[in-house]
Ligand binder design. Structure first.
Ligand code: ADP
Length: 259
């Protein structure tokens, strides 16, 4: 029997959304899981999640500013993060799978094809693939260092129609909204100015590694390859729901390449 081909989306959720007072923000995670469960009716969904370092901090208090501390926290936190997802998806009778990738996995055609096939298999069997960067034993040269660029590479490699980045802001602003009250949200961008990619605005959260620049780099990577990215709020999922369920673009920034 021929099955209807679903649209494929990658959802990336950042530390800012998933971390609260050094533990997993359970309520927000549950809202995300509910969103994905509802999306599954119309879309194939791949989840890229941060939050392992913050989850690890609930088990052991190490210095996250030191490389080994961060790695040890990530190693302790990854199973905590995954078991939270597992029990929440179980409420919707959905199974999950863990895929840990590094930048290296995208260098070799053979390895890229391998994880593409693994993800295709999971989606075929209605399992939610949950991806994170495997930075535990890898060197800085082998890792992206942030999940924004990892998720863009995943979206491209898996031929996703859209990457949705859920962060702690409503979209991309003409200047940092935390510093400037008059910052204005940009609804649609068709290219990223070079200066914006070089800006080193820092992440908003002590555990975060991204910041806005890594999101712009992710958008730039995808747009140059003819793909789209939607950046919106992960605390309040209304903008994501409006866009994905109703096709209404109310809040959030759509990065869409020129035709
Ligand atoms: P996440 O953990 O979701 O990846 P980050 O903290 O890394 O989130 O990045 C989002 C933060 O980037 C925002 O909270 C905001 O403080 C900061 N930021 C800096 N410049 C801008 C801008 N022009 N538009 C939106 N956010 C910006």
């Amino acid at each position: 029997m021929a099955t209807k081909k679903l649209k494929r989306i990658v959802i990336k959720v950042g530390t800012a959304v998933l971390n609260e007072n050094n533990t997993i923000a359970k309520e927000r995670m549950m809202n995300l899981v509910t969103l994905i469960a509802n999306l599954k009716k119309t879309y194939d969904v791949i989840l890229v999640t941060s939050g392992a370092v913050a989850a690890g901090y609930s088990a052991l208090k190490l210095d996250k500013s030191k490389q080994i501390g961060r790695k040890a926290l990530a190693a302790a936190g990854q199973p905590i993060l995954m078991s939270s997802y597992k029990s929440m998806f179980a409420i919707y009778e959905m199974d999950t799978a863990q895929i840990l990738l590094t930048e290296d996995d995208f260098d070799s055609r053979k390895r890229t094809v391998m994880f593409q096939e693994i993800i295709d298999t999971h989606l075929e069997y209605d399992i939610v693939p949950i991806i994170n960067e495997n930075d535990i034993t890898s060197t800085p040269e082998q890792t992206f260092g942030d999940n924004d660029q990892l998720s863009a590479n995943v979206a491209y490699a898996t031929c996703a129609d859209l990457l949705v980045i859920l962060s702690d802001i409503d979209g991309y602003y003409d200047k940092n909204p935390r510093d400037f009250k008059d910052a204005k949200i940009i609804k649609e961008m068709t290219e990223i100015p070079k200066e914006a990619l070089a800006d080193d605005s820092t992440a908003n959260n002590a555990f975060a590694t991204g910041g806005i620049v890594t999101k712009l780099k992710a958008a730039d990577f995808l747009m140059k390859r003819g793909h789209q990215m939607f950046l919106c709020n992960g605390f309040d999922l209304t903008a994501a729901e409006d866009y994905l369920f109703k096709g209404e673009h109310n809040l959030g920034t759509l990065f869409k390449p020129k035709k």
